[in-house]
Design a protein around this ligand. Structure first.
Ligand code: ADP
Ligand code: ZN
Ligand code: ZN
Length: 731
């Protein structure tokens, strides 16, 4: 066969920015293999699964083309809007299409598993069965009664009649009931009604309904203003038009509570997609969405790759949340990709937040997004009052001032709950020798100029690096001077918990952070156990959202001062969002809430503006500063990161990159660096970065298009790991 015959053009999950030609497998004509189907192909000594994205005359020139080994799908797996949007993403992220497609597919499908069946097991009574002969009120009788009105799925029976399986076997052996498989019902039942919308909520629902095809709606609503109610109404409208709705939530926001609320209100199956599911379960939801059976899908970041043949609405809850940006592999932003898909699908995209990202606010101000606001808490809930506690020169007990401890005591004595927020896991951030000044640093993450402290855990017995995961027992004596005066410095959530248990033996003290609650369910049951009882929660930002705590009346914020002085240009935005979100946990129900903010920098401008004018005032001011400094959203950035065991290869590679981008000479494009990364060493790797910026997106991409091919071919790039991150969030 000559290379001019039609070839399959296959996108493979390899870090090479090209497609690969294969002949159709023996016995297949090229035209028989659908575009968008997966194929198994030989690749060097390996076999890979790829996606056919085209066909045509071979482009691999002299290279001998091999036949694919197998075609895995009879119909396209990726097609239409989703395939086109993913092609767009590959160009935008400057990533190989094959890697983008592999990222978009659920793991099971990426590895070649067949598309799962999505029909469900059902039970029905056999016509003419003499079920009246069954003993009254025994399980088989009750099951037969239940099935007499209509057939039920096994899931429904699990909920309606515990122990139904034995009864079903009894009915089956007597020829009275039988099981069969069917496509899942998608008719919605009435659903329980929600509260009547207030005027602002009604206006928001109307603004979403008024979008003609694609339109972005920024729903800016203070915490507790009823944004979720607005989503639910918009989703119900979407279902009434017989369309699918996709809802994205942040990683720590997808609670069983949220799902239960959606199911109950919409009266329809709500399909969850998150990292806690098995590969098989994820593939099933994906397939159910692709077949149009799943009508409402609620998921975290990667759910943005769900196929939506009948799309009607996309909602991004907490659109400012950092978890929407994937930080390795294909570095996409789920919110931004949602807007691309919304446009391609011609459906509205709702971005909801109490603290919108500056990017989204800017887009709203320039008229690209419809801007609707919910300015008041829904129902009777009042906004919390905020008080700044100046703790300069005050003695602190485990980081807590006497005033704050008294306030905690008063809160629990009044039967309320308090949340002590500290964004540091572990017992203490540093282990210090009081005799000589030595402190424990991570061997794999420190450089002579940048020692990286290890966090003290387990009450002082263990040291752990929060960046590379290294762990070791804490030394008994100082490795430098042999002294025994080793002391944990500073306060983490563990130490706070320990001290609060001593001070408040009469109420439960619960710690909520990644160490205490590895799993979402664990968090739910922990909070469920507490219920409405008086008590104290200690936690990191895991507590900033998710579970509703109606009896929480006091939020105490301690030790945010590190965040006030970070070099990252986004640090202020992130801190302001976090503070507002945490404060929003107080007083969600009838009881008024209070926020006490303990700081050594009471007059810091960020705190001042937040307290006097709220997030909005902060954002206005920050946007002015971003514009003056030429930072996003007034500039577009790409970050090249490089790392190797020694410092020289990244420096050499990034210098070459700078030369190449400079030589491309695209007007407006500036190249900064190479510079050491904020963590110049991590897990034994020396890290450096190069920042490319431009006032226009187009110019930035022109520079990347001009420079990256040469960089990919450069021998300097072979001795290290490097990556491109378009729109980086951490600089
Ligand atoms: P958000 O997502 O904006 O923080 P939610 O949608 O979770 O707020 O609503 C906060 C609380 O207010 C919930 O308990 C919700 O049931 C209630 N709520 C929302 N809208 C109304 C309304 N119009 N009338 C009464 N209660 C409401
Ligand atoms: Zn010492
Ligand atoms: Zn480390």
């Amino acid at each position: 066969m000559s290379s001019s015959d039609a070839m399959l053009r296959v996108a493979l999950p390899v870090p090479l920015a090209r497609l690969f030609d294969y002949r159709a497998p023996d016995g297949f004509a090229t035209a028989d293999v659908p575009i968008g189907a997966r194929v198994r192909v030989p690749f060097g000594a390996r076999e890979l699964i790829g996606v056919v994205v085209g066909s045509g005359p071979g482009e691999d020139g002299a290279r001998e083309t091999k036949p694919a080994l197998a075609v895995l799908d009879g119909a396209p797996l990726l097609h239409g809007e989703l395939l086109e949007s993913l092609r767009w993403l590959a160009r935008y992220a400057h990533a190989p299409l094959g890697e983008v497609l592999a990222t978009a597919l659920p793991a099971a499908l990426r590895q070649g598993a067949p598309v799962p069946e999505t029909d469900v097991a059902m039970w029905r009574v056999v016509e003419g069965a003499a079920t009246e002969k069954l003993r009254r009120d025994a399980l088989p009788h009750r099951l037969a009664d239940l099935l007499a009105s209509r057939a039920r799925s096994e899931d429904e029976l699990d909920e309606a009649l515990p122990g139904w399986r034995t009864a079903a076997r009894t009915l089956a052996t007597r020829g009275m009931a039988e099981s069969y498989r069917a496509a899942p019902e998608r008719i919605a039942s009435a659903g329980v009604p929600g509260p009547a919308l207030n005027d602002e909520q009604r206006a928001a629902v109307d603004a979403i309904a008024a979008q003609d095809g694609f339109g972005a709606v920024l729903l800016e609503g203070v915490t507790g203003s009823g944004k979720t109610e607005v989503y639910l109404h918009a989703i119900a409208d979407c279902l009434a038009r017989d369309r699918q709705a996709l809802v994205l939530v942040p990683e720590i926001g997808l609670t069983p509570q949220t799902l239960a609320r959606f199911r109950a209100r919409l009266g329809i199956e709500v399909h969850a997609l998150h990292s806690g599911l098995t590969d098989a379960a994820r593939a099933r939801v994906w397939a159910a969405a692709a077949r149009g059976e799943a009508r409402v899908i609620v998921g975290t970041r990667s759910a943005i790759f769900t196929p939506l043949p009948d799309a009607g609405l996309i909602v991004i809850d907490e659109e400012h949340d950092g978890s929407y940006k994937q930080q390795d592999g294909i570095r996409y932003h789920a919110r931004d990709f949602a807007l691309v898909r919304g446009k391609a699908l011609a459906v509205p995209v709702v971005l909801g937040s109490a603290t919108p990202s500056l990017e989204s606010l800017h887009n709203a101000q320039t008229g690209r997004y419809t801007h609707v606001r919910l300015s008041q808490r829904a129902g009777d809930a009042k906004p919390p009052t905020v008080r700044v506690l100046d703790v300069r020169k005050r003695p602190l007990d485990a980081g807590l001032s006497a005033d704050l401890l008294a306030k905690l005591r008063a809160t629990v004595d009044a039967g309320g709950q308090a949340l002590v927020f500290r964004n540091r896991r572990g017992y203490a951030p540093v282990l210090l020798c009081h005799d000589c000044g030595w402190s424990a640093a991570c061997k794999r993450c420190s450089t002579p100029d940048h020692p990286h402290p290890m966090t003290v855990h387990a009450g002082g017995r263990r040291l752990q690096c929060h960046h590379c995961g290294a762990r070791q027992p804490a030394p008994m004596a100082c490795p430098d001077c042999g002294g025994l005066a080793l002391q944990p410095q500073g306060v983490g959530t563990e130490r706070l918990e320990e001290r609060l248990i001593e001070l408040f033996p009469d109420v439960p003290v619960l710690r909520v952070d990644r160490g205490s609650t590895r799993r979402r369910d664990a968090l739910e049951s922990l909070l469920g156990e507490l219920g409405d009882r008086a008590g104290i929660l200690v936690g990191t930002q895991m507590l900033a959202k998710g579970h509703d705590l109606p009896n929480l009346t006091l939020v105490a914020v301690v030790g945010i001062d590190e965040g006030l002085f970070s070099a990252d240009f986004r640090a202020g935005e992130k801190l302001a969002q976090l503070l507002i979100q945490v404060a929003g946990r107080a007083g969600r129900a009838r009881r008024a809430g209070e926020v006490w903010l303990q700081t050594h920098h009471p007059s810091h401008p960020l705190l001042q503006v937040l307290i006097s004018g709220g997030y909005r005032a902060f954002a206005e001011q920050e946007l002015v500063e971003r514009e003056a400094a030429g930072f996003p959203p007034f500039a577009h950035l790409a970050l090249l990161r490089a790392e190797a065991k020694s410092a020289e290869p990244p420096a050499a590679f990034l210098s070459l990159a700078k030369q190449i981008f400079d030589a491309a000479n695209i007007p407006g494009v500036e190249v900064h660096g190479p510079l050491p990364a904020p963590m110049p060493r991590r897990a034994g790797f020396q890290r450096a970065q190069l920042l490319v910026s431009a006032p226009q997106r187009r110019a930035l991409h022109a520079a990347l298009d001009a420079g990256l091919p040469a960089l990919r071919d450069a021998p300097e790039g072979r001795r290290l790991r490097w990556s491109v991150d378009v729109d980086p969030v951490d600089l």
